[in-house]
Write a protein that binds this ligand. Structure first.
Ligand SMILES: N[C@@H](CS(=O)O)C(=O)O
Ligand SMILES: [Fe+2]
Length: 279
């Protein structure tokens, strides 16, 4: 019989990328993880939450039906909070920090959602960006984060102005469609800043606006780590800088979604673009 974690994962993931439990009893046996509270449980519970919404016929994304989004959000928050507040250390085996920007490490990617670990040295910050059509949850595992929210200048509803036609995957940092419509349209205005501590869970989508996230620097600051859950996976983002808007396809510094029994992930599974330093 499949372990509950496997049973909870979408068939497309479990069937295609994982060996059978008989063949690999140490499946997802993450070092230091306690069955019942570790990353394997977190991933299984998230998979179950997204699968439950899909079973109701919901198309996942920031514009999904409100009741469905709230139900999903409540569950994802519970799962992320429970993990972060259990003082876990099993995520650390996947963590690496870089000198040139925060690093993105993919833990699990499916067609419906992705979970990644982001590692930030003190003071590292993402550029002002949007989140495609995704729901985005973030939970702090270590350090202290500050989030600044923005809206497009001249816009009351930033989300509506960010909608653009579909674009091919794989392109890097090209001017976005409509970027030439006027620098005015790409100017952003900060609307508020707040801090996120270990165990806090935040949510953003294009319906809320744009943001920039960063680890708080200064004396005594420690390297930060955050868990991000995006549904559906983010394929591209729009960056707002110097009055211009560009598009970028974020990459992963490392991918562990298919790591099994301590072996490195086989090449070619999942999707990965770019260099993996943050946006
Ligand atoms: N959305 C960013 C991280 S953050 O700044 O929210 C990313 O996926 O890299
Ligand atoms: Fe973000």
């Amino acid at each position: 019989m499949s372990p509950p974690v496997l049973a909870a994962l979408p068939a497309c993931w479990a069937g295609r990328h994982l060996p059978s439990p008989e063949a690999e009893p140490s499946l997802l046996s993450l070092e230091g993880a306690h069955r019942g509270s570790g990353l394997d449980v977190l991933l299984g519970e998230l998979a179950a939450a997204f699968e439950a919404e899909k079973q109701r016929g919901v198309a996942l994304g920031c514009r999904q039906e409100r009741a469905s989004r709230e139900r999903l959000s409540q569950r994802v928050r519970q799962v992320l909070e429970a993990y972060a507040r259990s003082h876990p250390s099993d995520w650390r085996q996947f963590a690496a920090w870089g000198d040139h920007g925060y690093l993105r490490h993919l833990l699990l990617g499916t067609d419906d959602f992705e979970v990644m670990l982001l590692c930030w040295k003190p003071g590292q910050v993402s550029r002002v960006h949007n989140h495609d059509a995704s729901n985005c949850w973030v939970s702090v595992l270590a350090g202290r984060m500050a989030e600044t929210l923005y809206r497009l200048a001249g816009s009351r509803d930033a989300g509506q102005q960010q909608q653009q036609p579909e674009k091919e995957e794989g392109a890097q940092e090209k001017p976005a469609p409509g970027a030439d419509a006027g620098a005015q349209a790409a100017e952003v205005v900060p609307t508020g800043t707040h801090t996120l501590e270990v165990g806090d869970v935040g949510y953003i989508s294009d319906l809320q606006g744009l943001h920039s996230l960063g680890s708080v620097g200064g004396a005594g600051a420690v390297p930060a780590a955050t868990l991000h859950v995006y549904s559906p996976p983010i394929r591209r983002v729009r960056l707002y800088e110097g009055g211009r808007v560009t598009e970028s396809t974020p990459g992963f510094y490392s991918r562990h979604a298919f790591r099994q029994g301590g072996r490195p992930a086989p090449a070619g599974l999942g999707w990965c673009y770019g260099h993996g330093e943050g946006i």
